[in-house]
Every structure is written in C-alpha cells, then in structure tokens.
Design a protein around this ligand. Structure first.
Ligand SMILES: [Mn+2]
Length: 473
C-alpha cells in the first residue's frame, strides 16, 4: 500500500472567501453560530483575520476586529486560527516602524492567532524579517505562534524556478516555520504547479502551503497537481463561498482525494452541514447584490493581464469616477508597462493598487508619468523595498529627479512610533489594541472609536448623523 500522506486544508470562509466574493462584509454574528461545527472538522487551520477583514470591520460593520478575534478564539477550541500579515506594512498600506510590527504580532497571538502568514508585495524578504522574529520571540515565550512566509506568486522574466527555489532556501534560513505560495490572481496553472512544488520540495524541508483563487478556472486542477507533487496544505472555501474569485470548494477537494494516499479524512456529512449553514447567507448576498454573479464565473483575462480581481474592480471604479470607462482596455495594456518600469513586482496589495492607479493616471493624462502618485514616488525611492528587477532609470529621472534613493531595509530608517501613535489617540483608548487599530487606519479607527463611545453612552442612533460620523451624546 502506498504511503499515506493526507493533504491538509485551511478553510478560508471567514477571511479570503468573503473578502473575494462579498467585499469582506461577513459580520461576526454570521460566523459564531457555525464555529462549533467547523471546529470538529480537523482543518489544518481556519483563516479568519487580515487587512481587509480588519478594515471592513471598523469601517463598514462597526465592529472591533480584536473583539471578533477573541470571540472566534473562544469558539475554536481545537482548530488553529490563521491571519494574513503584510510584512512591514502590517495590515495597512504604509511601512511601519519595527516597534509597531512587534506589538501587532504580540497582540495578534495574545488575542488568539496561531499562524501568521507574512508576505511582502515586492517579495523583499527584508520586509518580512521583523515580523518573523517577533513571531519567533512570542513562540519562545508563550509556546504559541507560527511564522509562515508567503511568496507572492507572479509571472515574468525574473520569476524562474531558480528564483523560487532560491527564495525557499532563504525563507528557511530566516527562521520561518513554513512557506506559502500565495497566488492571489490564479496565475499558477496545473503543470507549472507540479514543477514549482517539486523544485521547492527539493531544496527545503519546510511544509509548503498553496493558496490560489478560482478566477482563471484552473485552481482545483492546480491543487491536484500540487498535492501529487507533495504540497502539504491547500487553501479551500466551503462550497457556498467557493469558486469564482474565491478558492476551490473544500468538499470537492476532500472528495477528490478520498481513498487515495492524500485522503484528508474529513467528514463529508459534517462539511455538508457547514455548507447548509452558509447557503442561505449566500442567497441573501446574491439577492441584495452584495454577491455579484459576475465574480462567480471564469475570467480568463486574468491570465492574459495577470491582474488580481480586487485591482480590476478598483481600476473600474477609478475610471468610472473620471467618466473614462471607455479607457478600460488602454489601462489594462498600460499595467504591464508600469509594472516593468517599477521593477516588475508581483501585483498584490499594495503594489497592485500602486501600479493600477499609476496606469490609470498615465492613460488619462495622455502622457506617461506626467503625474505620479505619492506611492509611485515612494516605490521609485526604494521606500517599499527592493524589486526583483531594476526600475526604469528614465522613469526615476522623470519622476524623482535628483532625489536620494534608499537601498537599505526601509524600516531601518523609521523611528519607533508606538508612543507617538498612542499620544495621538489616547482620549479613545480603552484597550492596548486600540492603539494598533489607530496605527493602521487612523481615520477609520477614530470614527469607530467615536461610534463605540456613543454606543456605550447609549446615544439614540436614530438621531445620530452616521454619514458625518456625528453621534450626539
Ligand atoms: Mn487570496
């Protein structure tokens, strides 16, 4: 009999699946009633936290994301909880000083996170080291915490098998517990996955987890080939929130490997009950328009343009605002050029937004880099880190003429900032974690703190002016 090598599954319904399909709008109260059942499956982990879940909780759901995490932790007695972490950008959009990174890691684990998946939008490993060190420090002290380094998967001249294996070796050396290949746009096709996993497995003993999206329609085949090549964990979503721009369906992958050496051993009846729970909510989201049937199909253009779904929808809304929706295809064509100018980075938050917005500017202005965004300038100065290929000298000369560029780890130039952040928001502080919420989303968090205080002081919400964030006490 063949050696048993059960594949493990990370369930994404509480994070990426609803982020990808319904703009991260699933409230905590929708999650809690099903936690007990989910806890019985034996998932490798349940992903439940990340930048968008944090932001949307504060901004749209008026929930404290820390409180959500604590409630989920209470419910999941046996299952590991996982989060997504943007390296030195934490869950935000700018590089933070190391003391903020340390504090965020510590508080995330203290409030219930087990596995931290850390990625950098440029795959500059220097931007991940502090978060890995911080996780390892907590692990040493508390016995809990796992640092997973994620490589943002992308295509391009620089991204050879040698590049990926070299990165895998470096990740092992930097002290990570596992590696993730994070394919945010569904670019990894089945036979390439086979090659990639085989090559990476030959250079590292670290477990490898594969994350992809169904956007281009190949994801479940990609998982099949990756599992055959030895991948350890695959990211899936329970069927009502699977497919389309989300992940392959958990039940489908479980069934696929049944009776093979990769058998997960998960209980299909129990999975069916979890699916039954989420199905009416999916119908509700379809009826309200929150779930747009457009994101449920196969979008093969993602393979042509290599643009993640979130970036496309941002771009469409930027063009709409400018009454320039007819420029859609011009912008799509401009994206690879801008990406090349900026050193061919992967397209993932925030590099995806930076490249996408600059491409929109270039097209609308009718001249490349006539106007450059603040973020484009920062990338060109090296403030986000090093790109795999050199950036265009011509563009550097045009956009930041004569300016000093940095080559060190960007956070080495940042002064500790926790004290300053705390002093800025101290009137709202009710828990240490509030300082971190404020650090990531200053305006949104402040609005939330005002709302929270009004709730606590029992303001009549019918007289509150929520649009202007005024809650008369
Ligand atoms: Mn994803």
């Amino acid at each position: 009999m063949a050696e048993q090598k059960p594949v493990k599954i990370m369930e994404t319904v509480l994070r990426d699946a609803h982020q990808s399909l319904i703009a991260t709008r699933m409230p905590t109260e929708m999650m809690l009633p099903i936690v007990e059942k989910m806890d019985k499956i034996g998932y490798h982990a349940v992903e439940c936290w990340g930048g968008a879940t944090f932001d949307a909780s504060l901004r749209f759901l008026k929930e404290d994301p820390w409180d959500r995490l604590r409630k989920l932790r209470d419910g999941f007695k046996n299952t590991k909880l996982q989060m997504l972490f943007r390296g030195q950008n934490i869950l935000g959009y700018r590089p933070y000083a190391d003391d903020v990174v340390d504090s965020f890691v510590e508080k995330s684990i203290a409030n219930g996170i087990d596995i931290i998946r850390i990625f950098d939008c440029l795959n500059d490993l220097r931007n991940l080291q502090e978060a890995v060190n911080a996780t390892n420090k907590v692990k040493k002290q508390e016995g809990r915490g796992h640092a997973q380094v994620a490589l943002s998967y992308t295509l391009g001249d620089a991204y050879t098998l040698e590049y990926w294996t070299d990165m895998a070796k470096k990740i092992e050396e930097m002290g990570a517990d596992s590696i993730c290949i994070k394919d945010m746009a569904g670019l990894l096709v089945p036979y390439k996955a086979s090659e990639l996993i085989t090559a990476m497995k030959s250079v590292t003993k670290l477990p490898i987890q594969l994350h992809t999206h169904y956007t281009s329609g190949v994801a479940s085949m990609t998982y099949l080939k990756a599992v055959e090549a030895g991948v350890d964990v695959i990211d899936c979503a329970i069927s009502p929130f699977a497919m389309g721009t989300s992940q392959p369906a958990t039940e489908v992958m479980v069934e696929t490997f049944k009776g093979t050496p990769y058998d997960t051993g998960y209980d299909q009846n129990l999975l069916a009950e979890i699916a039954d729970y989420f199905r009416p909510y999916r119908d509700e989201c379809l009826a309200s328009g929150l779930l747009n049937p457009k994101v449920m199909g196969v979008d093969i253009k993602t393979l042509l343009y290599q643009v993640p779904g979130g970036m496309l929808s941002n771009m469409v809304s930027q063009l709409k605002e400018q009454n320039a929706e007819d420029k859609y295809y011009d912008v799509l064509k401009e994206i690879p050029q801008v990406r090349k100018d900026l050193g061919e980075p992967p397209l993932v938050t925030p590099s995806s937004q930076i490249v996408g917005t600059q491409a929109v500017f270039n097209v609308l202005m009718g001249e490349r880099y006539k106007m450059a965004t603040k973020e484009t300038k920062a990338v060109l100065r090296g403030e986000y880190g090093q790109t795999v290929k050199p950036m265009s000298q011509e563009v550097i000369d045009k956009v930041i003429p004569g300016e000093k560029r940095i080559t060190c780890r960007p956070a080495d130039l940042l002064e500790n900032e926790m004290d300053k952040l705390e002093s800025e928001m101290k009137e709202w502080k009710q828990q240490d974690e509030d300082v971190l919420s404020y650090a990531l989303f200053p305006q949104v968090a402040t609005d939330f703190f005002k709302y929270r205080q009004a709730q606590q002081e029992k303001v009549d919400m019918s007289v509150a002016d929520t649009k202007n964030q005024a809650y008369p006490v």
